[in-house]
Design a protein around this ligand. Structure first.
Ligand code: TRP
Length: 348
């Protein structure tokens, strides 16, 4: 099969993946592998922007992320699906060096995602943190080339917070292309339909550091406990008064995970009863547990099988394919930028 577009996306290995990763990213990735050549990059260097003092955690997370990938149905046995380990592709570092030469320092500081992360980190940033968006541009733009021509388009399925990075990537691509000739293909963001999932506590985002996440690998008891402790409508102090289903985490999850027709009908029914003060939180939560179990059980099953698989082999073969393409892109870029010196023996 011939694929006309490429998909590239990445994730930092800083922990196991949770429901928020699923709705915001993985779900869409799984369906993209049917139609495109896909590169799923595990960005271990980028993980060091926050975890440089925890190499064991990064190592552990690489394994976890691969298992989670396999569990949700990403399939590296398909010829068009590649799991890539960032640090195993030295061409990315080379490309990054070249791209950094056409990137204005001032472009980085304007990036809102960097601003937020800077605040979270507090204090003294590393140089690696400050310019990881340029490294990420290399992560993306390396798929620009097929054999000897730029590719038609690069699709990057990501969460909304990554948009500034993709804009920067395209700014860098355009600047390079204008200065030296066309090498890089601009990328297009693909933002999923559900997008970011709120935490079990109703905070904007599900995340490990906030302790409000339900993990794909959580066992049924853990899922049940987390759901039972979930926030609902804060103004509904008794279950016989009308409640609000919008901005209510329990209903947000039901909307996201009720899959079958009958589940969706029951969600509708619960919403109506909830708004009339005719159902208690506990009953709705028990239903959410049921819905989540229906979703998670097959995922846990595949994960159990994946535990015994040769994970390194998947990473090696995906990385091998990435390097072939990265080399082609890098060579084209070096040549256009004038960094080929095979004729140095003679004056030009
Ligand atoms: N910055 C992304 C995140 O934090 C991870 C990432 C690294 C990425 N390289 C990428 C995403 C390339 C898209 C493309 O989630």
């Amino acid at each position: 099969m011939l694929f006309t577009d490429r998909v590239l996306t990445g994730i930092r290995p800083t922990g196991s993946l949770h429901l928020g990763h699923y709705t915001g990213a993985l779900k869409q990735w799984v369906s993209l592998q049917r139609r495109y050549e896909c590169f799923f990059l595990i960005a271990d260097y980028q993980a060091m922007t926050t975890h440089a003092d925890r190499p064991a955690a990064i190592r552990e997370s690489i394994r976890e992320v691969v298992l989670d990938f396999l569990a949700v149905g990403l399939n590296p046995k398909k010829r068009n699906v590649h799991f890539v380990l960032q640090s195993w592709v030295p061409e990315l570092n080379q490309l990054y060096t070249l791209l950094s030469m056409v990137t204005k320092y001032s472009w980085i500081g304007q990036n809102p995602t960097i601003k937020t992360e800077k605040k979270l980190l507090g204090g003294d940033m590393t140089l690696g943190f400050a310019d990881y968006p340029v490294s990420q541009a290399a992560d993306i733009l390396f798929v620009s080339f097929r054999l000897s021509a730029p590719f038609s388009s690069i699709l990057v399925p990501v969460g909304e917070d990554q948009i500034p990075h993709l804009e920067l990537t395209n700014r860098i691509a355009r600047t390079f292309n204008r200065s030296y000739g066309k090498v890089f293909t601009e990328c297009k963001p693909l933002v999923g339909d559900v997008g970011r999932l709120v935490g079990t506590d109703g905070q904007e985002k599900m995340s490990k550091s906030l302790g409000n996440a339900i993990y794909l690998k959580d066992d049924p008891g853990t899922v049940r406990n987390k759901v039972m402790r979930m926030f609902t409508d804060p103004n509904r102090v008794r279950s016989d008064i009308p409640g609000n289903v919008d901005n209510n985490p329990v209903f947000i999850y039901l909307n996201a995970f009720a899959e079958t027709r009958s589940q969706q009908e029951r969600v509708q029914e619960y919403k109506e009863r909830y708004e009339r003060g005719k159902v208690g939180d506990v009953e709705v939560k028990m239903f959410l547990v049921e819905v989540l179990e229906g979703f998670l059980e097959p995922i846990r099953d595949r994960r159990r099988k994946a535990e015994g698989e040769d994970i390194i082999k998947y990473l090696r073969s995906g990385t091998r394919r990435a390097r072939v393409i990265a080399k082609a892109t890098l060579n084209a870029a070096l040549e256009k930028a004038g960094l080929t010196y095979t004729d140095l023996n003679t004056r030009r």
